[in-house]
Design a protein around this ligand. Structure first.
Ligand code: KIV
Ligand code: NA
Length: 265
């Protein structure tokens, strides 16, 4: 099987091929994901909650993402590796660039940041310096303090319109991929249709160009956090860890995950 490159993301979308993404934080699981043909691996700052045991992603450090990205990259050869900027590490373009260079040198091929607004300048700054960027809009977990918890975004008309505008703005700034998290399914589908770049949903319905889940959620591991509606345990039907990852990939490609049972109306 082939190794993924950033330009192939748009090609996959044009070919109507769903993108399959999972989070991963270590070499052993990265080997399993690679063998199962997972397209994209996110070294997410969700590691703060599922690996480090924190209540939110806010305590995660750049060093943590570098460490886990290097571990994943040693084992996963084919998937595109995306490293996640932790809270506070992308506050200015120059600061983000310094962290991004470390992520790339650890083995990432793309970096992900939450939000639009002042982050648009950072996206532009990174892309001008040949660093591919994935944007992340909707329920952005690093906004937990101002959101007052993890809440579905874009339910009111004004919020929906703001989200639609942000989706176009991150693409215009140069992002090559867009994660939509915790967004009503119809809104995410509308955003996807209007988006010049592929979208990846998590709690955003089946109308996105791909899907992502946190690995521990897919394996039904109790991480000690409230389980969101979009989480599905694939271990039961998969029969093994490799089987669960495979079942998830097949379900995303076939369009059978997520159903409305795992989405927000
Ligand atoms: O950190 C993470 O795992 C993420 C995904 C949930 C999109 O940002
Ligand atoms: Na994240």
């Amino acid at each position: 099987s082939k190794s993924w490159s950033v330009p192939q993301l748009a090609q996959a979308r044009a070919a109507g091929r769903k993108l399959v993404m999972l989070t991963c934080y270590d070499a052993s699981f990265a080997r399993v994901l690679d063998a199962a043909g997972i397209d994209l691996i996110l070294i997410g700052d969700s590691l703060g909650m599922v690996v480090q045991g924190h209540e939110s992603t806010l305590p995660v450090q750049v060093d943590d993402i570098v460490y886990h990205t290097a571990a994943v990259a040693r084992a996963a050869k084919h998937p595109l590796k995306i490293a996640d900027f932790p809270f506070g590490s992308d506050g200015s373009p120059a600061q983000a660039f310094a962290a991004a260079v470390r992520f790339i040198q650890a083995g990432a091929a793309m970096v992900k940041l939450e939000g639009a607004g002042h982050k648009l300048g950072t996206i532009r700054y990174l892309v001008e310096r040949e660093i591919p960027v994935c944007a992340h809009l909707g329920l952005t977990p690093q906004s937990v303090l101002t959101m007052g918890g993890f809440k579905v975004q874009g339910r009111e008309q004004s919020a929906a319109e703001r989200l639609q505008a942000e989706a176009l703005a991150v693409a215009e700034a140069g992002a090559a991929l867009l994660v939509l998290e915790g967004v009503p399914a119809t809104l995410a589908a509308q955003i996807t249709q209007a988006s010049p770049i592929p979208t990846i949903g998590i709690g955003a319905g089946a109308g996105c160009d791909g899907q992502v889940l946190v690995l521990h959620d897919l394996l039904g591991i109790d991480t000690g956090h409230r389980k969101p509606k979009f989480v599905k345990d694939f271990l039961a039907e998969g029969g093994s860890i490799a089987g669960a990852v495979h079942a998830y990939a097949e379900a995303v490609r076939a369009g059978t995950f997520p159903t409305m049972e795992h989405s927000y109306a």
